[in-house]
Design a protein around this ligand. Structure first.
Ligand code: ADP
Ligand code: MG
Length: 615
């Protein structure tokens, strides 16, 4: 039998290789526009026809090419951007593989016109299926224009593989956004057929974001973006994050590093962590975050279509990122609030420290009698008495009307002083009647409508804040148990249990090691109620163990949450009027009263005008 291995003709080899780089019209657009950026263009015009099937044209005012380079550019592995493998680690350009133009030329009909500023004439090259049809001198503007026509004209299977125009167009737009958002200094004009769908002047990143996404919703974008900014010797991070209330199911999220779009699931988690408990679990914030690092410390994916990038200092950057976002969310005081219906009540802001408030001083003669008779007595209820009473209250712990929290540490949220807390409670007392619906929701009137609160989630939030505070400040109240129970663990679980033991103690769980991985449980958190203590501890241990593997999660929070869930009011529990108003007071004393610690909605409002429409 004769030998059977032979070399594929260049045209076939090129087509196969092209499949890697050029998968659809969007890939062409990406590669061409990136080349223009690398060529130092300050203005780039894009034209597509039929979702890029018939034509993709990119015109730039960049540095252009010499006659020889214009021809060389189409060779596989022809690049002006790197010379050797070491250069891969100091990349400052988008391209470096030298494959894009060769790939396009293998699967489309291309026309290149290019001129360097210093040349009198430019050059025209026409090439299709890797064959050069024309190369000649032409008159043209400095810069470069590429036309890619009839993509996959010679690969019918690929052409058929393309999706509907709408799908292909959305791929194109995605690629365009990824470049336009990080090159805000470059102006872009984008024609879809005869329609100019984008005209983006050179600007800063923020304005660019608004111009790209804010066609009819510019205001929405202007209102929601908070700046983040931090510089360390590892990384400098700047960009914008959306306010929590603008979070949505399919959010707009972009990471860039050194001018290049990237996907980074790990950093994404850092962002989500910063929003922890400010948004619903099913929603996600908008963000546009730009990292600058020493190119030596990242590894750009060698695969032409992959956008994942490895960072040398991933963990450190993770923390820097999360802290930067937390800081700006905190700085802008992003805590949603609700206006209670308190006709006639004094409107006292609940977040302003009021320690220094003094009763108003008035000069008057208490014996002055405007009626000239001696029978008149000033009413007892006056300012001094009101405040005198208030000061007394301040010194005593405030009595709770609900049993389960009678020995509660009242500083549910550390930022609330007792006095402030009292004011919130006083204000809410004037609020309309509460009503419990299906032993599950509390209904109450607020200024803008009817407020409905999920009692279980509300109580979970209250207890969670309290427990977290206890863990962090070690000041729980423990309740001794009459008959200590035995907690038996595996050797492996025991190791972990020892790690969380101090936290459990802070929560009020007192144990004594009995040897052989067993503990006698002598005291429990005073909130536990009827729950089975051993089950509860095992559950907390289990959750904490799972969490320990996830650097994005906090063990303290997990412990606080599982205890809060086990101890909070259940659905179906009947509440008295006092218990309801107490629950509401405590809920609104929590910094984040809108969402439960696991990101579920605690309350909803039926707006008055909505209700009115129903009648
Ligand atoms: P790469 O971008 O990886 O170098 P390409 O195949 O995309 O590979 O481009 C090959 C070369 O052609 C580039 O290195 C560059 O020198 C040149 N080139 C491509 N597009 C342009 C352009 N718009 N302006 C100037 N030079 C260009
Ligand atoms: Mg390129």
């Amino acid at each position: 039998m004769s030998d059977i291995i032979h070399l594929l003709p260049d045209s076939v080899a090129n087509q196969i290789a092209a499949g890697e780089v050029i998968q659809r019209p969007a890939s062409v657009l990406k590669e061409l526009v990136e080349n223009s950026i690398d060529a130092g263009a300050t203005f780039i015009q894009i034209v597509i026809k039929d979702a890029g099937r018939t034509l993709i044209q990119v015109i730039d005012n960049g540095k252009g090419m010499s006659e020889t380079d214009a021809r060389m550019a189409f060779e596989r592995h022809a690049t002006s951007k790197i010379k050797n493998a070491d250069d891969l680690f100091s990349l400052r350009t988008m391209g470096f593989r030298g494959e894009a133009l060769a790939s396009m030329a293998a699967v489309a009909q291309m026309e290149l016109r290019t001129r360097r500023a210093e040349d009198e004439l430019g050059v025209l090259v026409e090439i299709a299926g890797t064959r050069v049809f024309k190369q000649e001198s032409v008159q043209c503007d400095p810069g470069t224009s590429f036309q890619v026509k009839n993509l996959f004209f010679n690969v019918p299977a690929r052409r058929r593989f393309l999706k509907s125009d709408n799908v292909e167009k959305s791929h194109i737009l995605n690629e365009f956004y990824r470049i336009a958002l990080v090159n805000s200094g470059v102006s872009f004009s984008f024609f879809d057929g005869d329609d100019e769908i984008f005209n983006l002047p050179a600007s800063n990143n923020k304005v660019r974001i608004e111009n790209v996404f804010g066609k009819n919703t510019k205001k929405r974008w202007q209102q929601q973006l908070l700046t983040i900014e931090t510089t360390t010797n590892l990384v400098s991070i700047h960009g914008y994050v959306g306010k929590p209330e603008y979070a949505q199911k399919s959010a707009t999220q972009y990471f860039f590093v050194n001018g290049r779009y990237m996907r980074h699931p790990y950093f994404h988690k850092a962002v989500l962590l910063a929003y922890n408990q400010m948004i619903q679990a099913s929603e996600s914030p908008n963000y546009f975050i730009y990292f600058e690092v020493d190119p030596q410390t990242i590894d750009i994916n060698i695969h032409p279509t992959k956008t994942e990038i490895k960072f040398e200092n991933e963990q450190a950057i993770w923390s820097i990122l999360s802290a930067a976002i937390k800081e700006s969310l905190g700085k802008f005081n992003i805590v949603p609030s609700i206006d209670f219906d308190q006709e006639g009540a004094i409107d006292i802001p609940t977040t302003i420290a009021v320690e220094n408030v003094r009763p108003p001083q008035t000069n008057f003669n208490p014996n002055y009698n405007p009626f000239g008779t001696t029978n008149y007595k000033r009413p007892v209820l006056d300012w001094e008495n009101l405040y005198g009473d208030f000061e007394k209250k301040e010194q005593q712990p405030i009595e709770s009307s609900i049993d389960w929290e009678s020995n509660a540490d009242l500083a549910v949220t550390p930022s609330f002083s007792q006095q402030e807390q009292q004011q919130v409670i006083d204000n809410l007392e004037t609020c309309a009647e509460n009503f419990q619906y299906k032993n599950r929701y509390i209904l109450t009137g607020v200024k803008s409508g009817l407020l409905m609160i999920d009692q279980h989630r509300a109580h979970t939030r209250i207890l969670f804040d309290l427990f977290l505070n206890q863990i962090e400040n070690s000041r729980a109240v423990s309740q001794q148990v009459l008959f200590p129970e035995l907690l038996e663990l595996s050797a492996e679980d025991d190791l972990f249990f020892e790690q969380i033991l101090p936290d459990l103690e802070s929560l009020g769980f007192l144990t004594e090691a009995m040897g052989n991985h067993a503990y006698s449980v002598k005291g429990v958190s005073s909130y536990v109620g009827n729950a089975n203590v051993i089950d509860l501890l095992l559950n907390m241990l289990d959750k904490a163990k799972t969490t320990a593997e996830d650097p994005a999660a906090s063990i303290h929070e997990v412990l606080a949450l599982s205890l809060a869930e086990a101890s909070s009011l259940k659905i179906g529990q009947r509440l008295s009027t006092e218990e309801m108003s107490d629950l509401i007071d405590r809920l609104f004393a929590c910094a984040n009263h809108n969402f439960s610690p696991d990101g579920k909605k605690i309350m909803t409002i039926f707006a008055t005008d909505e209700l009115e429409k129903r009648f």
